[in-house]
Design a protein around this ligand. Structure first.
Ligand SMILES: [Zn+2]
Length: 320
């Protein structure tokens, strides 16, 4: 079952979409494309929308014409996807494609082929495809999706129009997570930061309840230490020891929370100073871990340093 994607579903690739829409409007569609980008960048979504637009009677995709309906039902005869089997696309698969490509389209005025994870084509498969790329039938469109065009034969790459999907600005990712996925602003910010601007990654992070639980526990532990001091120390220590593998994400959560405090115009200069001291403790722990310091020792030093900042604040008669 094919899901319907329109160009509006693709986030942060406006210049590519503009060019593809122009090619559709003027019917100057190339015979071969490469959509390149990391997993989760939206290559398949983009290819899906573009292929539907190519076969659509309105070249949009309109979603209502007979061609669109068949496309969305996964039964359009002029659209085929080739995907790896056991991580490889062998020459037989490509020979099948070539056997099919020279038969005239059934419904549309073009025939469209998507090769997913094209970098998994064997050299033999790529060489077989190359012959078709050099002399394609006039109606054929082949779209190669790949995480890295470097892994394709240069002769194949040189026959294709390449579009590189770029990482999406983090503020844009945050906005999408809040508006489309109902994420809280705090969670959205964290997930966006962890996604490196790869929208699919951000969405899977926000949908991952284990990640959300970790993020919340991390913040609870920091806030408990600041409020309850020694009463919260051992629970926080246990948390850090238990989540040794997630320490980067935990420190990111803390740093992000502290950054929020530092940007809060309502807090006093004194409080700002305290929070920036805590940020220094977090940074010091990161540096220690990066230089392979003992984990448990680093975790304890981090918590003790934070406690010292908090204790100083209390003994001088102020709170956070
Ligand atoms: Zn249509």
């Amino acid at each position: 079952m094919i899901m319907m994607f329109t160009f509006d579903d693709i986030i942060g690739q406006d210049s590519i979409i503009k060019e593809l829409k122009e090619a559709l409007a003027h019917q100057t569609i190339s015979h071969a494309y490469i959509f390149e980008g990391p997993a989760g960048a939206g290559k398949s979504t983009l290819a899906n929308a573009f292929c539907q637009a190519i076969v659509c009677e309105e070249h949009k995709p309109c979603g209502v014409c007979g061609a669109c309906r068949r496309f969305e039902a996964g039964t359009h005869p002029d659209y085929k996807v080739i995907a790896p089997e056991k991580n490889t696309i062998g020459v037989d698969k490509i020979r099948e494609l070539i056997g099919d490509i020279y038969i005239n389209p059934y419904m549309a005025d073009r025939k469209v082929y998507v090769v997913d994870q094209a970098q998994s084509m064997t050299v033999q498969a790529q060489n077989a495809l190359l012959k078709t790329l050099e002399d394609p039938p006039p109606y054929a469109v082949i779209i190669l999706l790949t995480t890295g065009a470097d892994n394709l034969l240069p002769t194949v790459v040189s026959r294709c129009l390449i579009y590189k999907l770029k990482p999406v600005p983090l503020t844009h990712v945050e906005d999408i997570l809040i508006r489309r996925f109902n994420a809280s602003p705090g969670d959205a910010k964290q997930a966006a930061a962890a996604s490196d601007g790869i929208i699919g990654k951000a969405i899977s992070i926000i949908n991952d309840s284990a990640w959300q639980a970790l993020h919340r526990s991390a913040l609870n532990n920091l806030q408990n230490i600041v409020r309850d001091r020694w009463d919260a120390f051992f629970a926080a220590e246990e948390f850090l020891v238990e989540h040794k593998d997630d320490i980067d994400a935990i420190l990111d959560s803390w740093a992000d929370f502290i950054r929020g405090k530092l940007l809060d115009a309502k807090v006093s200069d004194f409080t700002l100073f305290r929070w920036s001291s805590i940020m220094e403790c977090v940074d010091a722990a990161r540096k220690a871990l990066a230089s392979n310091a003992n984990y448990q020792l680093t975790a304890d030093v981090l918590l003790l340093n934070i406690l010292e900042v908090v204790d100083n604040a209390h003994s001088s008669g102020s709170t956070f």
